[in-house]
Design a protein around this ligand. Structure first.
Ligand SMILES: C[S@@+](CC[C@H](N)C(=O)[O-])C[C@H]1O[C@@H](n2cnc3c(N)ncnc32)[C@H](O)[C@@H]1O
Ligand code: SF4
Ligand code: SF4
Length: 435
C-alpha cells in the first residue's frame, strides 16, 4: 500500500473515532499513527483541532477551576482491595510477587489493623472489599475472620485465591458466604502445573471446589471466575480447562496476557511466539471461548491478548531489559502495555485513572492507589481534594509526574490532553458536572 493510501485510511479511521466522540481514543490513535507524518499540514491541523475540542470540553464542564477540578474529585471507589499479608504456598514461575523476598515468609497483618481498614473503607463509601494478599490469602491464619468482619460491616466480599491449600470444613463455610471468588488456574494438567505453578496440587483445588459447590450449587453465589495467565505451554489445555470449569460450577473465565518478568523461564508469553504460534493461540482461545459461551458462561480474553491474536496489535516480540520487569502487549484499552520504563517525554503523561477510582490498602499505615505506587500515605480525612493524592493526580493531569508514575510499568505514555479528557469522562460519569 502506498503511503498516501495508508495515510488516507488512517485519516478515515480517525474521523470515525471522532464521530464516536471519544477524544481520548482519538488523540492516542493520532499519536500512534498519523503523528508519524508531522510534515503534513492537513494532519497537523487535525491534531490541533482535537486538542482545541478537548480544552473546550474541559473548560465548559469545570469552569474556572479547570484542571484543579479534575484533580480534586474522586469517584468513591466501589471496590477496594485489602491486602492481608505476605507469603504464598506456590512459586509460579511467572509471578511478580514470587520475586519478592517476602514471598517466602507467611506474615499476616494484624487482625485489628485489617478491621480498622475495613471500617475506613465502609466509611468512605466502598461497597465491596476484594481481599487478597501479596501472595495467597487462604494461608493467612486470620483470613476467615477478616472476611466475616467485612460481611458484618455490610460490605460485599471478593477473594482472589489459588485455592490450593486444603480448606477445613469451617473455611469452606466462610468461602461459601463470599460474594465473588476469583480462582487463578492456568491448566489442570498435573505435570505442567508442577512445572509452572510450583507447589500446586490440582486434586486439592478440585476437592475445595467440590466441597464449596456441595454447599452452594451453581449458579448460586459465590460468583466464581476462573482466571488464567495465558502462555504457549498451556494452550492445548484451555478447552479442557473450560469444560471442567463448567462442571465445577464456574460462572466464567478470563484469559489474561502475561506480565513478563526479566529472566522469565518456564513460561512463554503469547506475544513472544512466531506468527504461526499466535495463530494457534487464537484457535485455542476462541475454541475455549466458544465452549464457555455455548454453556452460558462468560469468557473474556483481555484486550492486549485479544488484539494480539486478532492481528491488530502493536506488540513487539522483545523483552525489555529494565531491571524490575517488563510488560508485553499494547492496546489502548489495556493496562498490559509494553516498555513503560523510560521516563515520559515532556508534554506527555500516563493514561491512568487509578488515583481517581481505585484503592489498595497495603501495609500498616499505607494506602496505595495502585500496586505500582506501592503506598501513598493518606490521612483518611484528607483523602481526595488536597494533600499527597491530590498532588499525584494533578501531576498525572499536567505531566509533572510523581516519581513512581514516572517509572510506572502499568500505564501507557500518552499526551496530557488524552489523560485530561479521560479523567473528564469519569468526572462527567460521576455526576460532577451537568453534562
Ligand atoms: C499475584 S496473585 C495473588 C493471589 C493468589 N495468590 C493467586 O494466585 O490467585 C494475583 C493474580 O496475578 C496473576 N499473575 C501473577 N503473575 C502474573 C503475570 N506475570 N502476568 C499476569 N498475571 C499474573 C495470578 O495468576 C493471579 O491471578
Ligand atoms: S499463587 Fe499467586 S501469588 Fe503465589 S506465586 Fe502463584 S500467582 Fe504468585
Ligand atoms: S504508578 Fe502507574 S498505575 Fe500507579 S498511579 Fe502512577 S501511573 Fe497510575
Amino acid at each position: 500500500m502506498s503511503s498516501d493510501i495508508k495515510k488516507r485510511d488512517m485519516i478515515n479511521e480517525l474521523t470515525e473515532i471522532l464521530d464516536s466522540g471519544d477524544l481520548t481514543k482519538a488523540v492516542i490513535f493520532y499519536d500512534e499513527t498519523l503523528g508519524k507524518y508531522p510534515e503534513c499540514s492537513e494532519i497537523l491541523s487535525l491534531r490541533n483541532g482535537i486538542i482545541v475540542r478537548i480544552r473546550k470540553a474541559i473548560s465548559e464542564v469545570t469552569g474556572k477551576e479547570g484542571i484543579d477540578a479534575l484533580a480534586k474529585f474522586s469517584k468513591s471507589p466501589e471496590i477496594a482491595h485489602l491486602d492481608v499479608g505476605n507469603g504464598c504456598n506456590l512459586r509460579c514461575v511467572y509471578c511478580w510477587e514470587a520475586t519478592r523476598p517476602e514471598h517466602l515468609n507467611v506474615v499476616a497483618l494484624p487482625t485489628e489493623e485489617l478491621k480498622k481498614k475495613l471500617i475506613w473503607m465502609k466509611d468512605i463509601g466502598v461497597k465491596k472489599a476484594r481481599i487478597s494478599g501479596f501472595g495467597e490469602v487462604t494461608i493467612m491464619p486470620n483470613w476467615a475472620e477478616v472476611v466475616r468482619f467485612a460481611q458484618e460491616l455490610g460490605l460485599k466480599t471478593g477473594l482472589i485465591t489459588n485455592l490450593s491449600k486444603r480448606l477445613s470444613e469451617k473455611e469452606i463455610e466462610v468461602l461459601a458466604g463470599v460474594d465473588e471468588i476469583t480462582i487463578s488456574v492456568d491448566t489442570l494438567n498435573e505435570e505442567k502445573s508442577a512445572e509452572i505453578r510450583k507447589g500446586l496440587r490440582i486434586e486439592v483445588l478440585k476437592d475445595n471446589l467440590r466441597a464449596l459447590r456441595l454447599k452452594k450449587p451453581y449458579p448460586s453465589a459465590p460468583i466464581i471466575g476462573w482466571n488464567s495467565v495465558t502462555m504457549a505451554e498451556t494452550l492445548d489445555d484451555l478447552a479442557q480447562l473450560v469444560e471442567e470449569g463448567i462442571e465445577f460450577g464456574a460462572h466464567g473465565f478470563m484469559f489474561n496476557s502475561m506480565f513478563v518478568l526479566q529472566g522469565l523461564k518456564g513460561a512463554t508469553p503469547i506475544g513472544f511466539l512466531p506468527p504461526a504460534g499466535i495463530l494457534y493461540a487464537k484457535e485455542c482461545l476462541l475454541r475455549a471461548q466458544k465452549i464457555a459461551k455455548d454453556a452460558g458462561r462468560y469468557c473474556i480474553i483481555d484486550a492486549a491478548l485479544y488484539d494480539l491474536i486478532m492481528g491488530n496489535n502493536q506488540v513487539k516480540n522483545k523483552c525489555n531489559t529494565a531491571p524490575s520487569g517488563v510488560v508485553i502487549g499494547k492496546s489502548n484499552q489495556s493496562h498490559y502495555l509494553e516498555g513503560y520504563f523510560e521516563p515520559v517525554r515532556p508534554g506527555n503523561t500516563r493514561l491512568c485513572l487509578h488515583p481517581w477510582n481505585h484503592l489498595t490498602l497495603t501495609g500498616k499505615t499505607e494506602v496505595a492507589v495502585c500496586c505500582e505506587v506501592g503506598g501513598v500515605e493518606l490521612p483518611a480525612e484528607n483523602t481526595y481534594s488536597s494533600g499527597p493524592l491530590f498532588e499525584l493526580k494533578k501531576g498525572l493531569l499536567t505531566g509533572n509526574l510523581a516519581q513512581n508514575c514516572q517509572k510506572c510499568r502499568l500505564a501507557p505514555e500518552v499526551s496530557v490532553e488524552a489523560q485530561q479528557y479521560n479523567v473528564l469522562k469519569l468526572y462527567r460519569k460521576t455526576g460532577n458536572s451537568p453534562s
